[in-house]
Ligand binder design. Structure first.
Ligand SMILES: C[S@@+](CC[C@H](N)C(=O)[O-])C[C@H]1O[C@@H](n2cnc3c(N)ncnc32)[C@H](O)[C@@H]1O
Length: 204
């Protein structure tokens, strides 16, 4: 999969555009800037936006090409943020360190998915927030109608509301919804799709 992502990001165009995801942008605007972690950050659209708006951003992704594009975008916008190349197991993050974790289309392989979400819980401070948008399991039907929407074809990499409640049992869900959306994000998220959105606060 790493090769797949490096090849996708080797193109000149930004796969998901250079603007932040709309739900991430709107939700971040309601929270006080602090320490933000962005797993699976790709080409940096969300990290760059957050750094421009006062957040102390840490990010990681397995793709060297993703980091190269993120660094270019950050330089272009006059900001810097900490972007490490690797998988979660290699990351040096301290537990309870982050105020907010942004999981934006962070579709991990099925075999690590549950362990990763439990680890994200450990990395978040009590009282901290998780901002989440990713494709629902129901997006597979949308994908058949509209291949341009993108997203994993493996149902085990997709999400449901019940799954997120299971991963994050000690959270207050300020929002947990399954929404039909029209995405216009770069080359690979175009048109009608079905996503899960969540804003959840870790109980103190
Ligand atoms: C759909 S892209 C999303 C990129 C970005 N979050 C965005 O919304 O623009 C999914 C990303 O997950 C990354 N990824 C998948 N599995 C990973 C893993 N185990 N460790 C780190 N990154 C991973 C891929 O390299 C890819 O950049």
């Amino acid at each position: 999969m790493k090769q797949f992502w490096n090849e996708r990001y080797a193109q000149e165009a930004y796969a998901y555009g250079t603007e932040p995801n709309a739900f991430f942008k709107n939700t971040l605007g309601k929270l006080s800037p602090g320490k933000l972690l962005l797993p699976a950050e790709g080409e940096g659209r969300n990290g760059v936006y957050a750094a421009m708006h006062g957040w102390e951003v840490s990010a990681f992704d397995q793709s060297e090409e993703g980091k190269r594009k993120a660094d270019m975008l950050a330089e272009n916008r006059g900001v810097r943020f900490d972007y490490k190349v690797g998988i979660l197991e290699d990351m040096p993050f301290e537990s309870g360190y982050f105020d907010v974790i942004g999981l934006i289309y962070a579709h991990f392989p099925a075999e690590v998915k549950e362990a990763y979400h439990r680890a994200f819980n450990s990395l978040l401070k009590p009282g901290g927030y998780i901002v989440f948008e990713a494709f629902s399991k129901g997006n597979l039907e949308y994908l058949r109608e509209n291949p341009a929407i993108g997203g994993p074809r493996d149902a085990a990499m997709l999400f449901s509301k019940e799954e997120l409640q299971h991963y994050f049992p000690d959270y207050e869900f300020e929002l947990l919804s399954e929404d039909e959306v029209f995405l216009h994000e770069g080359l690979f998220h175009q048109g009608k799709g079905l996503v899960i959105r969540m804003l959840a606060r870790k109980k103190s």
